[in-house]
Design a protein around this ligand. Structure first.
Ligand SMILES: C[S@@+](CC[C@H](N)C(=O)[O-])C[C@H]1O[C@@H](n2cnc3c(N)ncnc32)[C@H](O)[C@@H]1O
Length: 240
């Protein structure tokens, strides 16, 4: 997806995007943000979308900036945070122009590194990391490939759904983590590949945890009471 696609999503966000923060049933995202906020003052929410993380970040940090390359997402994020004096929102273009030297204690990227093309993902990550001050902390939320394996096993064993939401994307360079979700090629990460992503950028992994969601997020309603495991994203913090 490109910025125009995200502009289109902005108008009907809740129809397309699950709010990771609101749907995170084990509370690991809010807990990690709280623990990092205890020793850091400023945070950049890179790829902030319509701003779902910004109110919590506003309560947790002194200075909060949300940036996104979708102008319509940024407009909505700006409207949501109008009354929050410590929050600013910008498009990535505006931000590069108006504050080229701004650096942050923490950079958050919540489900932003999703592009099928590794070169594009690397470029976005490097642009975001250029905003992290030395010694700062990166918070990353990314889809877990292991969760797709679990969800498919659960679908077959516990549901009557014959058609999966997941599929192999057509064409493209082989990457076993790139899976189409309802037709949209989306990068998923394994726990084993995450350290490699960080090592290449001299980041040290501090924590790797599951951000769990209910089975309703897979449209497998009613399964939470019956199963010990739930679908999840990988949530990590890393420093450099
Ligand atoms: C799945 S949404 C997540 C939004 C938000 N982080 C959240 O969790 O609610 C992905 C967001 O990343 C943004 N994005 C994707 N590529 C980007 C890039 N190169 N620069 C800035 N934002 C980008 C999209 O516009 C979209 O708003």
């Amino acid at each position: 997806m490109n910025e125009r696609d995200w502009d289109r999503v902005a108008g009907a966000w809740d129809d397309h995007i699950m709010s990771s923060l609101e749907e995170n049933v084990n509370g690991s995202i809010a807990a990690l943000i709280a623990s990092v906020a205890a020793s850091h003052r400023s945070i950049l929410d890179y790829g902030c979308g319509v701003g779902r993380y910004l109110p919590l970040l506003s309560r947790s940090f002194e200075q909060v900036v949300g940036v996104d390359y979708s102008r319509l997402c940024v407009e909505q994020a700006g409207a949501l945070t109008r009354t929050l004096p410590n929050v600013r929102t910008h498009t990535t273009t505006q931000f590069a122009r108006s504050a080229p030297g701004a650096r942050f204690d923490v950079v958050l990227m919540a489900n932003v590194l999703l592009h099928a093309d590794a070169k594009i993902r690397n470029r976005i990550l490097d642009l975001a990391l250029a905003r992290l001050r030395p010694g700062g902390t990166l918070l990353l939320l990314v889809p877990a490939i292991e969760s797709v394996h679990l969800a498919e096993a659960v679908r077959l064993a516990y549901t009557r759904k014959r058609v999966s939401a997941y599929a192999r994307p057509a064409g493209g360079v082989f990457d076993p983590g790139v899976i189409a979700i309802n037709g949209q090629p989306t990068k998923h990460y394994s726990a084993d590949e995450i350290p490699l992503l960080l090592q290449a950028r001299r980041l040290k992994l501090d924590s790797l945890a599951r951000a769990e969601y209910s089975w309703d997020s897979e449209s497998f309603e009613g399964l939470d009471r019956r199963l010990p495991q739930r679908p999840w994203d990988w949530l990590l913090s890393a420093t450099r």
